[in-house]
Design a protein around this ligand. Structure first.
Ligand code: PGA
Length: 258
């Protein structure tokens, strides 16, 4: 089964609206000579306040080569939840994907596996695609509990989802010690963990579902690392933080995944 590669840029808490427009337009400009069908699925995830502006820039271009994601959502549909955004609101703002369970959200904002599962259900119920993040800390890696920890995160995140829903979802394996540190996880090791995740999905569902789900690597992905990462059997793309904030590095990563 051939899985379409995905390159997603997680802008985190960066870029004012004018800067978001500039970056969005710059990315589309950098990809203008590439055939759409040859490109990976290219996704950008601006902050909530820049979603409208980025979506407008994407629509004005009309090339359809870049898609929009949010970095978080709330699982309730509406109500007295000060400061939160529902999936429907994010869909209305042009999002087709939503990142959930990022380690920064787990660490600083108390996002639990149970919340990740509720968010995944709400996202899929609205026809959007969750990008479900998982990953171990350095302490967990050194204690030899990486596989146990990741299996547990994935099993809890996917609880009660149907195999059709899981098949179209995206998982991002992001070792916490590799995020924003410049220290990329060795490609062979990243591929081993990702194959292990695929095997967990196979155990929970079946071989077809495991073959369909796209699993990305994230953590200090750079233009220099992407080719080797994409050459691995189970790595289907990348969730890119720092290197997604510049047209040059992000477009090189996209082209490196073609
Ligand atoms: P990084 O971030 O590429 O800056 O390491 C990745 C992420 O947190 O998604």
């Amino acid at each position: 089964m051939s899985r379409r590669p995905v390159i997603a840029g997680n802008w985190k808490m960066h870029k004012l609206q004018s800067e978001a427009i500039e970056l969005t337009n710059g990315i589309m400009q950098a990809l203008k000579d590439e055939e759409k069908s040859a490109l990976p699925e290219v996704i950008i995830a601006p902050t909530f306040t820049s979603l409208y502006a980025a979506n407008k820039a994407l629509k004005d271009c009309g090339c359809g080569k870049v898609r929009l994601a949010a970095q978080n959502c709330y699982f309730e549909t509406q109500g007295a939840f000060t400061g939160e955004c529902s999936v429907e609101m994010l869909k209305d703002a042009g999002c087709e994907y939503i990142i959930i369970g990022h380690s920064e959200r787990r660490e600083y904002f108390g996002e639990t596996d149970e919340m990740v599962n509720k968010k995944a259900k709400a996202i899929l119920a609205n026809g959007l695609i969750p990008i479900i993040c998982c990953g171990e800390s350095l302490e967990q890696r050194e204690a030899g509990v990486t596989d146990y920890h990741i299996s547990s995160q994935i099993t809890k995140a996917l609880r009660e989802l149907t195999k059709e829903q899981v098949a179209k979802s995206i998982i991002a394996y992001e070792p916490i010690w590799a995020i924003g540190t410049g220290k990329t996880c060795d490609s062979v090791e990243a591929n081993r963990v990702i194959a292990m995740i695929r095997n967990v999905v196979k155990g929970l569902y079946d071989a077809n579902t495991a073959d369909s789900i796209r699993i990305l690597y994230g953590g200090s992905v750079k233009p220099e690392t992407i080719k080797e990462q994409m050459a691995q059997s189970d790595i289907d793309g990348a969730l890119v933080g720092g290197a997604s904030l510049k047209v040059e590095s992000f477009s090189q990563i996209v082209k490196g995944a073609m």
